[in-house]
Design a protein around this ligand. Sequence first.
Ligand code: F6R
Length: 256
Amino acid sequence: MAEVVIVESAETAGEVAADEIEKLVRANPRAVLGLATGSTPLTTWRALAARGLDLSQVRGFALDEYVGLPAGHPESYRSVITREVVEPLGLTPSLVRVPADDGPIETAGADYEAAITAAGGVDLQILGIGRTGHIGFNEPGSSFASLTRVKTLTEQTRLDNARFFDSLDDVPKHCITQGLGTIMRARHLVLLAFGSGKASALARAVEGPVTASLPGSAIQLHQRVTVIVDEEAAADLEFADYYRYAWANRLDWEKL
Ligand code: F6R
């Protein structure tokens, strides 16, 4: 079962996630991080940046990228990762990859999988969750075995992401995303969710039936998952009291 940590704010959640990353990087300065974009991880990047760690040797792999945006578009995930992660955290740009950021789109999925494998796999994958239940951009129906590939975004996801663009028409219809199979190979999944808009998808991911119709439910099949949520996102969790109890009573060695 996932460890579910319910905290009072996105800021506190960012500190808890940053604790996990800090532990990893102190043990291995060349650790491989899986990087999510969107609003959810921002408090984690902020908390981590404030710690002043040397992250210059850390390697990074973004979860996904839009397909069809002009190179250098400010909302391409390459631009977002540079602006929100690489620069504030002091990562080395050449050590951070985004799907399809070099080479043709037709072979980009296989190339990305090979690059992750060559790096030794992802140690810790930061995840958000979409209201459709997607992780990465694996929309409902995605195979649990899927690897990095081009997908079509749902209209719900385009609407949700339209806030980053001038208009809905500007939101791409396609993306390239790590598959659920790719994500499941990471050694530790850290899934964050904030706000009431995520409550239903989050509860279905953590407690609902494991089904490709709710791609985030794949995390139930992973052996090491930390879910960090605020009270609003936790609102639909049936076992919330137990999660709070387990967190409050965790053993000393679990706190390290
Ligand atoms: C982003 C990603 C998506 C987002 C999800 C939530 O790289 O893969 O799964 O994590 O759409 O987005 P926000 O955080 O903007 O609510």
